[in-house]
Design a protein around this ligand. Sequence first.
Ligand SMILES: Cc1cc2nc3c(=O)[nH]c(=O)nc-3n(C[C@H](O)[C@H](O)[C@H](O)COP(=O)(O)OP(=O)(O)OC[C@H]3O[C@@H](n4cnc5c(N)ncnc54)[C@H](O)[C@@H]3O)c2cc1C
Ligand code: FES
Ligand code: FES
Length: 481
Amino acid sequence: MQETIRFVFDDRIVEVGFSDSSIFKPTSTVLTFLRSLPSFKGVKEGCAEGDCGACTVVLAEIGSQGKLVYRTIDSCLVFLPMIHGKQLITVEHLAFYKERHRILHPVQEMLIKTNGSQCGYCTPGVVMSLFGLFKTHQNPSRETIEDFLTGNLCRCTGYQAILEAAQKACSGNGTDHFSQYEPGVIGMLKEITGNTDTFECTKGTQHYLKPFTLTEALRLRKAFPASVIINGSTDVALRQTKKKELLTGIIDLSGVEEMCHYAEDQDAFVLGAGLSLEKVRLFAKERLPALHNILKVFGSLQIRNMATLGGNIGSASPIGDTLPLLIAYKAKIRVCSHGAERTIGIGDFITGYRKIALGDDELITEIIIPKTGPETLVSSYKVSKRRDMDISTVSAAFRIELHKGTISEIILAYGGMAPAPVRAIKTENFLNGKSWSRSTIEDAMSVLDKEFTPISDARAEAGYRNTVAKNLLMKFYLDSN
Ligand SMILES: Cc1cc2nc3c(=O)[nH]c(=O)nc-3n(C[C@H](O)[C@H](O)[C@H](O)COP(=O)(O)OP(=O)(O)OC[C@H]3O[C@@H](n4cnc5c(N)ncnc54)[C@H](O)[C@@H]3O)c2cc1C
Ligand code: FES
Ligand code: FES
């Protein structure tokens, strides 16, 4: 058992213990840790809910090629034990000294040259997003640059200058003073991650467990069935940061590598439940276009770099963006307990408002997406108040199979129309066996109009939701031609 967490910070291994600490509890965030240090005030708390990006930092860890991979995250949503075995990089680390002269990092230099610097509250987060871009992309497209900046909310009209800075700074090969120190950092990270004993901390009423193998995770799940499971914590952390709840029992799956695999055979794609949604997005790009499409407008990069597919399913939110699509894909969920496993269709797994059919000794381990033939079309749609960084008002995923112009199979799955993601079964029954034509769709829209009784809330009126649901069906028809 490990009683402390360790990560690389300031070119050395830093160790944090919680039991005797007067400052930290195991669910203290990385943001809290940084703000407690006198020299690390660049990072800011803007919203404490993953929306503004003022708290953006970069994590580096050893990737599958044995090299460091860098990702931007919102430090306000990440509990300290989640960065065990990683390098934590903040805006304070970007410049370095050479012969007593301070040399700015290329992204800082360019931001100054293009007049892209904004207020002191937001700029450090913007700089860290640009740094994340610098370390992962050469000559990025405009779309990629925008994606990297989506999670940094306020730029007070400085968009053009920031985009220009990003383009110019990232025109090289990503080499900087971090490149030189990578072998040393990898050595330190290996030293930390070589120990796979579970991290366990009891402090007051809090009990935090971080296993590093699936077997151990399942053992702990059985031993502590009441503990909250977290992986990316982008849902659960808000219970602490916004609702001020003290999370007592936690099983943190973010260190279980065995849950982060993907595979493909001739029948199906298999995605580990612990894969970050950004990794899923990249995997889906050439293989599952409808999944790639919905993940392009899922939160921000900082969120997708932490959030997992298992977490989106585990949350079972009525507006969980991947859920209607997993229904349309006829995905199956693999759940495991200590010594047993079972596979269940996604439709049966989600049982109600934020409810899933998960036993109190089970974990979601894999999502299996059967491959479709060329005659099957699957599409996904998301309607929200703004395109980026917003949760859905209504989402939809549709699947159709045609035989000589006649509908031989159809699935219409919606989010935001009922307490849980749901199929429009009556409308599907109406459509089955009919010709795939505009007039059929117009008739189906009348059936769909009466199928759901959505709620009115701050996001939208019930009538608006019904209209959007119908129009998305028409859009699917038009897109299919
Ligand atoms: C700023 C912001 C933007 C967001 N944007 C979107 C969006 O556009 N679309 C959207 O759908 N959601 C969005 N979310 C919600 C959230 O990011 C997603 O639901 C995400 O997929 C959750 O994954 P996670 O790993 O962070 O889950 P966690 O918070 O770690 O866990 C969520 C739930 O899943 C359960 N769980 C996690 N892993 C497992 C497992 N392996 N086995 C069993 N149970 C498990 C946990 O017990 C918990 O109940 C957003 C959140 C934030 C803060
Ligand atoms: S403080 Fe706003 S995203 Fe973290
Ligand atoms: S408030 Fe900081 S850049 Fe707009």
